[in-house]
Design a protein around this ligand. Structure first.
Ligand code: SF4
Length: 270
């Protein structure tokens, strides 16, 4: 199972330009009457997306766009997994709970000392909340995270034979585990094609117009619908790394973005 990963800088690559706009409840393609400003028959990665293709049903068009986006990102040589350091399913679960509203860097600073003394549900349950706090008190929400990790560890012992379940319904029963955490565990721990939506995925899915979701759940549903199966395992990872390194929240580095030619975001700065 993978552990330490490093960031990778991304360089821009020439790709084609596509323009479409969002309606309130689902993405709606522009019509010719709305004066599409893009060029016809724009080529990228050996694919052609003509204006006539824009008349396809939304699902077909957006699936094609998502395919195009991940095809481009796949050439950026992004790290193969998340930045969180972990040893197995359980330590991945604990690290992911700890990462809520904290950075992976902050979590990676505290987990080595914790996992050196306790790295199983039984060992961490035996630590108790107060002792666990001593290891994690440098990160935000440490009190509630400590309570949830202890409660989760006890539930794993009592109901799941001290193992981390490999399905979302069981994972969501664990204290402190929401859809993002559950999907991270399923994706990176069990290699299931899930779409955890964190702040980076939420922002990029909207900027790249493969979703106009207003909530993480809506974005997750759009990604499930539009991301081709061949990218489903990697989509989250690609978006997270691109969001961290290039398409940053406040100052996206559009001049070095490999997606700049197909990006129509209002946040684009070129
Ligand atoms: S906003 Fe800028 S950095 Fe983000 S995807 Fe668009 S061009 Fe790339």
């Amino acid at each position: 199972m993978p552990s330490k990963q490093k960031n990778a800088a991304k360089n821009a690559k020439p790709v084609k330009k596509i323009t479409y706009e969002k309606s309130t409840d689902k993405i709606k393609l522009r019509t010719d009457k709305q004066k599409i400003t893009t060029q016809p028959n724009r080529k990228t990665n050996n694919k052609v997306v003509s204006d006539s293709d824009r008349n396809l049903k939304d699902t077909a068009y957006l699936t094609q766009r998502a395919d195009q986006i991940f095809e481009i990102l796949s050439k950026d040589e992004l790290p193969e997994t998340i930045a969180l350091e972990y040893e197995d399913h359980y330590t991945l679960l604990v690290s992911t709970i700890l990462s809520a509203q904290s950075t992976d860097v902050q979590v990676n600073k505290i987990t080595p000392a914790l996992f050196a003394v306790a790295s199983t549900p039984q060992q961490i349950a035996e630590l108790g909340v107060d002792q666990l706090i001593e290891y994690i008190k440098s990160i935000g929400l440490f009190r509630s995270k400590a309570k949830n990790i202890i409660a989760t560890s006890k539930m794993l012992i009592e109901r799941f034979n001290s193992t981390v379940p490999n399905n979302i319904d069981d994972l969501l029963q664990l204290p402190g585990v929401g859809r993002k955490t559950a999907n991270v565990v399923l994706n990176f721990g069990f290699r299931k094609p899930t779409f955890p939506v964190d702040t980076h995925v939420f922002r990029l899915a909207n900027r790249l117009e493969i979703s106009n979701g207003k909530t993480p759940d809506q974005v997750e549903q759009d990604l499930e619908k539009y991301v081709p199966e061949k990218w489903a395992l990697e989509a989250h990872n690609f978006l997270v790394w691109h969001g961290r390194n290039v398409c940053k929240a406040r100052k996206p580095e559009c001049t070095k973005c490999s997606l700049s030619k197909i990006c129509n975001s209002k946040d684009k700065v070129i």
